[in-house]
Design a protein around this ligand. Structure first.
Ligand code: HDD
Length: 745
């Protein structure tokens, strides 16, 4: 029998928690039901804890008890304190032996402050170190016919956290480098966290996870000098991908405009692998996940990307935060390509286990199953964006993995990496990682344990904690490992024969591009290979391009000044997939920025009307003038010194600001009609980057001086609102594509 005091403690603790527990309910209490010798089998609520096991009230009160927002947890009260809560009189002077003397060892505040600071940084992610995150909500349209996942039940709303990233660069690297972008989503579902850890490209460099260190070592800066930062334009990357030809497909996606997105808001996302879905009847289907951005898929030009890397390295991060804070919430539809489950795991000749291949949308349409809206920026970058830990193994009932060997290896890597990055096994308890579903996991102790676990039996089977916790079945929506048959096969280090096709889908991608997009791809390969020092690497990559397409190969070879080699694997006949091209459609212009150049002689009432019309269209007007402050009554957002064309999606000219007298060469000095050269540059750069341009009044003379009047995508008119209407129509196509030269068709 338990001592009476201990029994009393349990009853009291239970009463404080609002549970109706009598002495007789407490196991071991005199008069209680004696424990059975059989293993308990009935699920029931956990037994009340003994008093001494109750969670001590050691934490700073939470939002629930203080009424303060949760973000304020742990940092409350008017006075500065130590980490232990002792109020401090001075934090600017260390404790010294006299004002000129040495610091005393006893200065516990100094030691606490400096020690904490010394340990503020944690290792950055080995890949995807540079990123930005946001909170949001996912609303399902329903997908019950294919999956029993609760968050995909019709109308169900699920909170999410999304982190976008580049792959290669360090945490402080520029946003607009040429690279793949990560698109990782954590759904805090009622049935546990589901992580969709994808990219903005549907294929990957390698087919087997064992090669991940190889591709990443090749892409990261050279180990001797640690350059170049955040880019693939160097020898080791092209050395690897030219030798390891299964990487050619993903490499071409990186060389395409998809490698330099205009905004995170304008990127597609892909789960890449094939997943196996299970519905309530136990029927399975194979599926690929897609995110479709409401604003369409858009890219920067390469020159813009390079300029922005210097002028605003945080371009994508800023764009995401600005849009959310302005209420222009980014939106994506989640879609599924669903194909029948079959023992062959192939569809339309595509091996669904090969992550270097995708299924063209024309063959398996993407069926929308829900909408993601990002509506809240993080309160604290480190706590949320840096500490969030994604894992492809965070699955929920109704979604299972396949044997894709890349996915299989990822199932190991994501937990493993957090053990170092987040210093121990308890990272799921960090607030941003905590499931919103109840957790009852039998995992105990370890570094940074936050829970004060009750009970005495963290093992199964047990009788001392009444058998708790109990395994769930289908009725309790337990996760189901689909019992797929594993073929009887020898243990080998090998891939299926279908994995040997390294070129047909690269060709498919190339042939699906419009002439402008092909031109950009040619220029990207030429740029990157020109940055290689080793001639043999350029030649070897040209041999790969020859296997993809002779025109592509010849154009890149011409740019490098090298002969174009013959293919070793003749290019095959493939059906292009028009859905892959970013051109040929129109899109909403919400959240786009419109620069408006003004001076004191502009028709300021007209400019004000244009500003209002830009706002009304859901876009952002930015007035650009020679100086800050105001022009007339209108506030100026950018000056000619701080505003560059890269920041605007379209440029309007409502005036022709004159140059400062010292801004012109001697020959032009005193020329009354000349425009400020920085405004000419604005126009010329906007034109080069194929942006819509408009002018009225004196603004038309700027277009003339910049040499762009009468060219495609340059609108003039009698009033600002007329010009804006024409410009807006052009913006819906993203760029004035005719302006790009195209040597290929
Ligand atoms: Fe990975 C991070 C996406 C293959 C190992 N990966 C990481 C992130 C994304 C992806 C978006 C950043 C998550 C975040 O924002 O915190 N990774 C992919 C995709 C892949 C892929 C789409 C292929 C289809 N990854 C892949 C392989 C391995 C890893 C084959 C290892 C065998 N990935 C990691 C990692 C990272 C990671 C080392 C670094 C930081 C982290 O996990 O949390 O474990």
């Amino acid at each position: 029998n338990k001592p009476a005091k201990a029994v009393e403690g349990v009853v009291q603790a239970a009463a404080e928690e609002g549970a109706d527990v009598t002495r007789a309910d407490v196991p071991g209490a005199p008069g209680s039901t004696p424990p059975s010798v059989e293993e308990p089998t009935e699920p029931h609520d956990p037994l009340p804890s003994r008093k001494k096991q109750g969670t001590p009230e050691t934490r700073t009160p939470t939002g629930a008890t203080t009424g303060l927002p949760p973000a304020a947890n742990g940092q409350q009260g008017a006075f500065l304190t130590t980490a232990q809560g002792a109020r401090l009189r001075d934090t600017d002077h260390s404790l010294k032996a006299g004002p000129r003397g040495p610091i005393l060892m006893q200065d516990h505040h100094f030691r606490e402050k400096i020690t904490h600071f010394d340990h503020e940084r944690i290792p950055e992610r080995v890949v995807h170190a540079r990123g930005a995150g946001a909170h949001g909500v996912f609303t399902s349209y329903g997908a019950a016919e294919v999956t029993r996942a609760g968050f995909l039940r019709k109308g169900k709303e699920t909170p999410v956290f999304v982190r976008f990233s580049t792959v290669l660069g360090s945490r402080g690297s520029a946003d607009t480098v040429r690279d793949t972008r990560g698109f990782a989503t954590k759904f805090y579902t009622d049935e546990g966290n589901f992580d969709l850890v994808g990219n903005n490209m549907p294929v990957f460099f390698i087919q087997d996870a064992i090669k991940f260190p190889d591709i990443i070592h090749a892409g990261k800066p050279h180990p001797d000098r640690e350059i170049p930062q955040a880019q693939s334009a160097h020898d080791t990357f092209w050395d690897f991908v030219s030798l390891h030809t299964e990487a050619q497909h993903h490499a071409m996606w990186n060389m395409s405009d998809r490698g330099i997105p205009r905004s995170f808001r304008m990127m597609e996302g892909f789960g890449v692998h094939t997943f196996r879905l299970v519905n309530a009847a136990g029927e399975t289907a194979l599926a690929k996940f897609h995110w479709k951005p409401k604003l369409g898929v858009h890219s920067l030009t390469w020159e813009e990307a390079q300029m922005i890397s210097g002028m605003d390295p945080d371009f994508h991060r800023r764009d995401l935060y600005d849009a959310i804070e302005a209420g222009a919430y980014p939106e994506w539809e989640l879609g599924l390509q669903i194909v029948p489950d079959s023992p062959e795991e192939t569809f339309a000749n595509v091996d669904l286990l090969d992550p270097t291949k995708f299924v063209p949308e024309e063959l398996a349409p993407v069926q929308p199953v829900g909408m993601l809206v990002l509506n809240r920026t993080p309160t604290n970058f480190f706590a949320e964006t840096e500490q969030v830990a994604f894992h492809v193994g965070n699955l929920v009932a109704g979604i299972d993995v396949t044997n894709d060997p890349l996915l299989q290896g990822r199932l190991f890597s994501y937990v493993d990496t957090q053990l170092t990055r987040l210093a121990g096994p308890n990272f799921p308890q960090i607030p941003i990682n905590r499931p919103h579903a109840p957790v009852n996991d039998l995992l105990r102790d370890g570094f940074h344990q936050q829970a004060v676990h009750t009970g005495v039996a963290p093992y199964r089977p047990n009788s001392l904690d009444g058998g708790n916790p109990f395994p769930a079945g289908d009725d309790e929506n337990a996760f189901l490992d689909v019992p797929v048959t594993v073929a009887e096969a020898p243990k080998v280090r090998a891939s299926p024969v279908s994995f040997d096709d390294h070129f047909s889908q690269v060709r498919l991608f190339w042939l699906s591009m419009s002439p402008v997009e092909r031109e950009h791809i040619i220029r990207a390969y030429t740029f990157e290979l020109s940055k290689c020092y080793h001639q043999e690497i350029r030649e070897r990559q040209l041999r790969c391009l020859a296997n993809i397409d002779p025109v592509l190969c010849a154009q890149v070879a011409a740019g490098l000044g090298l002969p174009s080699p013959e293919p070793t694997v003749p290019p095959v006949d493939v059906e292009p997939s028009p859905a892959l091209s970013q051109l040929g459609r129109t899109w909403p212009t919400d959240g786009r920025t419109v620069g408006i150049v003004v001076d004191a002689d502009s028709d300021l009432d007209g400019v004000d009307g244009v500003r209002s019309a830009v706002f009304a269209a859901g876009m952002v007007p930015l007035l650009v003038a020679a100086h800050g402050g105001k022009v007339g009554e209108l506030p100026v957002q950018r000056t000619f010194a701080t505003g560059r064309a890269t920041e605007f999606d379209a440029l309007l000219l409502a005036g022709a600001p004159a140059p400062a007298p010292d801004a012109l060469p001697a020959a032009d000095a005193g020329h009354a009609t000349l425009v400020d050269p920085r405004v000419r540059l604005l126009v010329q750069e906007s034109w080069r980057h194929a942006k819509a341009i408009g002018g009225w009044g004196a603004g038309v003379s700027v277009l003339e001086q910049a040499g762009v009047l009468g060219t495609p995508g340059v609108v003039t008119g009698g009033s600002g609102t007329d010009v804006l209407a024409g410009v807006q129509r052009l913006m819906a196509a993203h760029r004035v594509w005719e302006r790009f030269p195209t040597a290929v068709t």
